[in-house]
Design a protein around this ligand. Sequence first.
Ligand SMILES: Cc1cc2nc3c(=O)[nH]c(=O)nc-3n(C[C@H](O)[C@H](O)[C@H](O)COP(=O)(O)OP(=O)(O)OC[C@H]3O[C@@H](n4cnc5c(N)ncnc54)[C@H](O)[C@@H]3O)c2cc1C
Length: 288
Amino acid sequence: MSKTIGQPHAISPSAPMRPFWAEIVEIVHEAPGVSTYWLQFLDPALRVGFHFKAGQFNMLTMPGLGESAISISSDMHDTRRIGHTIRVAGNVTSAISHLKVGDTLGVRGPFGSWWDLDACVGKDIVMSAGGIGLPPLRPVLYHVMRHRQDFGRVVLLYGARTPNDLQFAAEYKAWQDAGIEVTVTVDRGDDTWEGRVGVVPILFYNTRVNPRNTIILTCGPEIMIRFVIFEALARRVPPERIFVSLERNMKCGLGSCGHCQLGPFFICKDGPVFSFEKLQPYVNVEEF
Ligand SMILES: Cc1cc2nc3c(=O)[nH]c(=O)nc-3n(C[C@H](O)[C@H](O)[C@H](O)COP(=O)(O)OP(=O)(O)OC[C@H]3O[C@@H](n4cnc5c(N)ncnc54)[C@H](O)[C@@H]3O)c2cc1C
């Protein structure tokens, strides 16, 4: 057992780069190259005490290979098992994709800023996500399901490349049954697809947005985020009510190494969730 008894986070104050070990208890295939890994900490104190906020991420370690920043995609009100939905991109994520139930990996976290759900109380929420941008918003969906009466209209606009690439498809009905308006689109349909075809920002054309009372939460490819921001601003939603989660190549998660810097911000420490009001002066820099 490690020395984390009583410590709710998997971040050691004296050795913040040291991972805590967790066992994979279930793997759920979501889409080609994308699976959700359900983890349980080996440390019993973390198993009951670990907590996070919607939008935060963990650094997952593969010994000998390195770490990857991965958003927590599960319910922040039930942390007995922590879900991470991972798309194979390179070395670390590919190695994780070869792990099986019963294998262990390292976890440090949670890190970063979060979606401010207190600020959403009494407001309409429009979430827009593309591809692997949905996992960091899934904790918001679970929170809304538990506290539906706290919010006005809640809308999810989600898109993927093809119908096969849609993540969490088995859950859309439960989200709708809980009073969330779910609209899904794909870039390219197939023979069986009867839904919408087109990119995510276009879904705004059919979505009523009350500029005085709406909060926008968005995560996905940066080109999609740009157009979502454009559509939101065009509907007069002010920059301080548009929230963006940015994914950047990062290493330490602690604001030390500078890999994920954007202007004066470290995405790992100051983000990944930012209001557009904060980001606005820096959106023309390289990589955004
Ligand atoms: C805050 C945050 C949350 C994230 N959440 C998730 C998540 O929930 N699920 C998920 O699948 N991925 C997520 N990512 C992306 C994930 O961290 C990278 O895909 C992963 O680190 C790649 O590591 P690798 O060793 O497999 O690939 P590498 O071998 O390191 O890289 C493969 C290729 O991907 C590029 N790359 C690496 N990291 C990123 C990045 N962050 N953005 C763009 N390109 C990158 C590299 O430059 C290289 O070209 C998140 C990233 C951040 C910063």
